[in-house]
Design a binder for this molecule. Sequence first.
Ligand code: ATP
Ligand code: MG
Length: 292
Amino acid sequence: MKIRLKDYRIAPGEEVDLKKRKTLVKPAYRSKDDYREILADHVARLSDLQQRHYAANSYGALVIFQAMDAAGKDGAIRHVMSGVNPQGCKVSSFKHPSAIEAQHDFLWRATRELPERGQIGIFNRSYYEDVLVVRVHPEILEGQGVPEHRYRNDTLWEERYRSIRDFEKHLHANGTRIVKIFLHLSKEEQRKRFLARIDEPDKNWKLSPSDVVERKFWKDYRKAYEGAISATSSAEAPWYVVPADDKENARLIVSQIVLDLLEGLKPAFPTVTADREAQLQAIRADLVAEEE
Ligand code: ATP
Ligand code: MG
């Protein structure tokens, strides 16, 4: 079944209602084998496109992942990017800001991780955390010297949305192509995955007590995500809300999004000029002559 990305893309200006958006849809695969085949095909095409993207060296590609815990960000990144050349790809994870990072504006630490031309940058969480977890827990801002009256009303968040829109517009104008992916998980599916992380010893390391604390703020996160996605999905940097209760299907959708992003850049190996061709032939002649 063809994956229709339009079903998941958020139009600019659209008010997102996450309750109305599905966390589970009819899968794009018919069986586990079929899933593996489609994924392998996507991965092979991605690998080819990435080589061209790297050689063309004209755009940077940035894929941002956001989600609640256990939604499958890590697995999606691992599977989808499994075929790409590590030299052309960098994954950056954004955790609690360090003391130095907290001394700067909220976009600062992300700018240092942006992909160069010819590269793919993956953000595992991002500056969106500053309008998500920080909005759910505004006390975080206290430690960063932001006066309380600033975040007790909505202006701070609206300003941050504007900063993000302007930032992404600026990146687009300067050759970075961006997609943003929200892995949309149901609360019930998160509960099951947390239980599996407790019951299966190999998964124990994945569960931290703070994950369970954040779960209690589910509704607040949903509202924060709805606000952020609605305010920042643009033609230049669209959001995709990807149903994530079925990990395999989510990976197929995610790989299709990344494929579309790279295909849209029409990456081509640089063409050889007549001068360059003559130069190559001269070098060739010398190398052949060396043979005896
Ligand atoms: P894992 O799948 O390994 O759990 P993770 O992305 O959840 O991956 P953690 O180290 O568990 O990584 O969590 C990182 C934490 O850092 C998250 O709870 C996230 O909300 C928080 N965080 C990220 N950016 C910020 C920020 N700017 N301000 C405050 N907290 C942040
Ligand atoms: Mg975590």
